[in-house]
Design a protein around this ligand. Structure first.
Ligand code: T1G
Length: 653
């Protein structure tokens, strides 16, 4: 039974034990309701502690049940019973009290937590809103503004912050949660039971103008996702409706969202993200322990990778060509860590210790004892080969050699390396200490142990590692290249850069393809096209517009001109007559009579191009599953998560 009662009159301790995260399955909800009813009639019991076994308090409703018909008791009814209990319930929180778990605590009369605990309402990440009273009770404890921030961001708050804003009543010492809860309950049980949370007033109701501002801000940030706006609206309704009507209203919104395509896509993405590391051939393989990493190359990528490793607690030695470059690279890393410090992601003490321990040097021999070394140097096969040869002479024969290359053939690099089974691709995405995607590239010669270690390192760096085979561009850049080709075709067929950019922003992408190229630099794509020119299929349509811009030195923001003009270094580009003229010329040369494109047509052509390339990648065995491809596009290329990814969209048209 996942719910058990330990009677120690005058106290009772209700334990939930439903691994792995004590999700509120039907059995747990029923067990909780029965425990509440039973203890209400037990005169010997004066207070009840609710505590969870295992690694965390309740982490929410059981998402796996969402696709099935809901079974009573429904969570809102269970929570209302707790709240109406004749004895005070004290929620004793460790790990993460999330979603329905947090809502259960709001139905309790007191909440205590250990400092490492977190509480949150992340339902928006699943395309939902809190559906068991969270939007009605939370503002009564923490105020409207904080409640809206929590339910729309989905971000949990640490226990110390929860105490500060009134979400919990007391902080328990670490590893003494149950004992502290017993003492807390004992001290409280003879006090009058506090007013149920839902009976407390909301004191900071925003006026109409403030409400309009709040909703406008959330809508703009949501970029087409419905749930953040719905969640905020539900909190605002709670300010103006009776509790009963507000709860009913919240439930209606929740049920409607649960059936929405956005929620289905987001729930798919939730599980897809956890599927990427479930690789049969690695199931029984023990990854190597990685403690000390070398990073060769301290440019943007190398410094970002070093930062990600330092933030995850690894020892890092960064190698540059000379001491000046090494010092520059170290400063680049420290500067990034200062930003993490200012955002509260690391403590001052942690920052200082990293600063002391992190070594950047030109002394290659400092790599002698590293467990893994990754190169992020110039994208040239000969240069990388030389480096790996030098590393073979410096490092131990088992040291893992990783390359961050984004398109070179890693099989070729491995072939020329001593012990090729230790060579692996670890393709990071810039900024490497922030982007969650890590493409783990499996060469023909890599051992399963090294591959498993690549995945374990990715998880340690709090990334989502996705397995890819070796091909030009692996999974993400290969699909990106087909996406951009389709955009170039539509340019030549009659669309403008701004029409295509606007259509893809409306689709939910953070940026359109042309503004993205202007930001990253058109010269990157140009270099790639020149690299591939000798082997390009001459029967395949080729649009010269981008090449012509590059031949004019128009590389984007960094040169003031690209697809758009950036007057006085402006960040937002404006349409440029030179580009328009080149487009018109190229249409004439190709004998094309330009046609107009609707945003939907632009979006469909691009989506179909992505999915078509995705199916080729699947059929070639480069990617293991459609969901892996979707994870790459969502986590590495800004594909809107609430659409599930190109493969999910096309499969669910
Ligand atoms: N339901 C079902 N399974 C879940 C689950 C959940 N809520 N949360 C996690 N799992 C599974 C997960 O699939 C994985 O399974 C294993 O647990 C470990 O997860 C009414 C309607 C809690 C912070 O959104 O954020 O409540 O792969 O790998 O990195 O208003 O899981 O091992 O088979 O992520 O340590 C709201 C979602 C639900 C929280 C732990 N709650 N979970 O992270 O482990 S909606 C959430 C998480 C709701 C109410 C509404 C994280 C975690 P497997 P993991 P982790």
């Amino acid at each position: 039974m996942p719910v058990s009662i330990e009677l120690n009159p005058p106290l009772a301790i209700v334990h939930i034990n439903n691994p792995p995260v004590n999700a509120l399955s039907h059995e747990v909800r029923l067990g909780l309701l029965n425990a509440c009813k039973k203890l209400n009639t037990d005169q010997a019991i004066k207070a009840v502690i609710l505590i969870c076994d295992g690694r965390t308090f309740i982490a929410g409703a059981d998402i796996r049940e969402f696709g099935q018909p809901p079974e009573e008791p429904h969570l809102p009814d269970v929570i209302s019973s707790l709240e109406a209990s004749t004895k005070p319930w004290i929620a004793a929180i460790h790990g993460t009290a999330l979603g329905g778990g947090c809502e259960v605590t709001l139905g309790c009369h007191y909440r205590v937590a250990v400092p490492s605990a977190k509480l949150g309402l992340p339902e928006v990440n699943l395309g939902l809103i809190p559906g068991a009273g969270g939007t009605v009770r939370l503002p009564r404890l923490v105020g409207v503004q904080k409640a809206i921030e929590m339910v729309t961001s989905g971000k949990p708050v640490k226990a110390s912050k929860a105490k500060e804003i009134g979400l919990i009543d007391a902080l328990a010492p670490d590893h003494q949660l149950e004992q502290f809860a017993i003492e807390f309950a004992t001290s409280m049980m003879n006090e009058p039971t506090p007013l149920a949370v839902s009976k407390r007033p909301i004191t900071d109701i925003p006026n109409l103008a403030e409400t309009a501002d709040i909703l406008a801000g959330i809508k703009a940030k949501a970029r087409g996702q419905l749930s953040p706006l719905e969640a905020a609206s539900s909190v605002l309704d709670a300010c103006n409706l009776s509790v009963e009507d507000a709860l009913k209203n919240e439930r209606q919104r929740f049920v409607k969202l649960k059936e929405s395509s956005q929620s289905k896509a987001l729930r798919y993405a939730f599980f897809a993200e956890r599927q990427t590391t479930k690789i049969d051939e690695l199931k029984e393989v023990e990854p190597r322990e990685i403690n000390h990493c070398g990073v060769v190359g301290g440019g943007t990528m190398g410094a970002g990778i070093a930062t990600a490793m330092l933030l995850s607690g690894l020892q890092v030695t960064l190698i540059e060509q000379d001491e000046d470059e090494a010092a520059t690279a170290k400063n680049r890393v420290i500067k990034t860590l200062e930003a993490s410090l200012s955002r509260g992601l690391i403590t001052q003490a942690r920052f200082e210790s990293i600063k002391t321990d992190f070594k950047a040097t030109s002394q290659f021999e400092k790599l002698k004892s590293v467990d893994l070394v990754i190169e992020a140097i110039f994208e040239d096969m000969a240069v990388k080969r030389d480096l790996f040869e030098k590393l073979s002479k410096t490092c131990s024969k088992d040291t893992i050699f990783a390359t961050n290359t984004s398109y070179l053939n890693i099989n070729e690099l491995a072939e020329s390396t001593v012990n090729p089974e230790r060579v692996i691709g670890l393709h990071f995405f810039s900024p490497a200490h922030i982007m969650k995607l890590l493409e783990v590239i499996k060469t023909d010669t890599v051992s399963n142990e090294v591959l498993a270690t690549g995945f374990a390192l990715g998880k340690k760096l709090r990334k989502v590692p996705v397995l890819s085979g070796v091909c030009d561009g692996f999974i993400g850049n290969r699909i990106l290249s087909s996406y951009r080709k389709q955009c170039d075709y539509m340019l030549e067929d009659g669309a403008s850069p701004q029409e295509i950019d606007e259509a893809m922003r409306a689709f939910g992408m953070a940026m359109g393809p042309f503004e993205m190229q202007d930001m990253a630099g058109l010269d990157i794509g140009w270099a790639n096209r020149k690299r591939l020119a000798p082997t390009r299929d001459l029967n395949e349509r080729y649009v010269k517009i981008a090449d012509r811009l590059c031949e004019l030195g128009r590389f984007g923001q960094k040169t003031g001109f690209g697809w758009y003009e950036y007057p006085n270094g402006a960040r937002k580009g404006i349409p440029d007559s030179t580009v328009e003229a080149i487009i018109v010329e190229e249409r004439a040369i190709a004998g094309i009579i330009p046609k107009s494109f609707s945003p939907e047509e632009i979006q469909t052509r691009i989506l179909d191009a992505m999915a078509c390339e995705g199916h080729k990648i699947l059929s070639e065995g480069i990617a293991r599953s459609a969901s892996d491809i979707d994870m790459v596009m969502i986590l590495g290329y800004g594909f809107p998560r609430w659409r599930g990814g190109p493969m999910f969209m096309v499969q669910n048209k």
